[in-house]
Design a protein around this ligand. Structure first.
Ligand code: CA
Length: 232
């Protein structure tokens, strides 16, 4: 199996070195860029498997870099941002980023996110992109019949809960923003109704809860959105 190639985009040299050293130590191949223009160019010429993108770059806005890359590529993009840049993070996810890391982050955190992204990459490259049955751990969705099951038991979901579950399932591994979810499920007029979304998510999660100690299928990203986690 060929090694995963990662493009590291970071203008801060010490942070860039920390990341590339970590990647090297864990058997990843990497290339690096220090500017937004450089990021777009490297993505086009080297076709990396994953892009690690710092949002605060000297020339182009990181969100603009994502928009440009997304005009031709679906490469998973993991954004790196400072704690103060929450809005940028949301804009980045809305522009097509897959996940984010907040600075300062640990090496373990970086590696964990890369593993999540690699699993998502493997799913994207799967032979059947639109399977009629979704399975994750004890959770099963039969899209054709419109039914969902947990451990073989049918889940009694409202139409909105079912739509939410399918949206998260189809994007497993990816963080979906509140705005993206409300737009997809209700249309644009609901865009800012995060309070209602929280209520529906709470009832959905309750129904997805198994016995104590069971895995959590849906992860909350406070102030940002939700993600369906792949159960090992
Ligand atoms: Ca920076």
């Amino acid at each position: 199996m060929s090694k995963i190639l990662i493009l590291v985009v970071e203008d801060d040299a010490p942070v860039r070195n920390l990341i590339t050293t970590t990647l090297k130590a864990h058997d990843y191949r990497y290339i690096a860029a220090a500017t937004g223009e450089g990021a777009v160019m490297e993505t086009a010429s080297h076709n990396p498997d994953i892009v690690l993108l710092d949002l605060g770059l000297p020339d182009l806005d990181g969100v603009e870099v994502i928009r440009r890359i997304r005009t031709w590529s679906n490469v998973p993009i993991l954004v790196i941002s400072a704690r103060s840049e929450d809005t940028d993070k949301i804009d980045a996810l809305d522009a097509g980023a897959d996940d984010y890391l907040t600075k300062p982050f640990s090496v373990e955190e970086l590696l964990a996110r890369l593993r999540v992204t690699q699993r998502r990459l493997a799913l994207m490259q799967g032979s059947n992109p639109q399977p009629s049955v979704f399975v994750n751990g004890q959770l099963k969705i039969d899209y054709a019949s419109g039914c969902a099951f947990l451990g073989g038991e049918e889940l009694h979901l409202t139409p909105i809960e079912y739509k939410l579950l399918c949206l998260l399932a189809r994007n497993m591994g990816k963080v979906l923003t509140h705005k993206y979810i409300t737009q997809s499920v209700w249309g644009s007029s609901w865009e800012n109704d995060v309070a209602s979304l929280r209520v529906f998510m709470a009832t959905l999660r309750k129904k997805l809860e198994g016995p104590p100690g069971s895995p959590q299928y849906i992860q909350t990203h406070i102030g940002i959105g939700y993600r369906m986690v792949k159960i090992e």
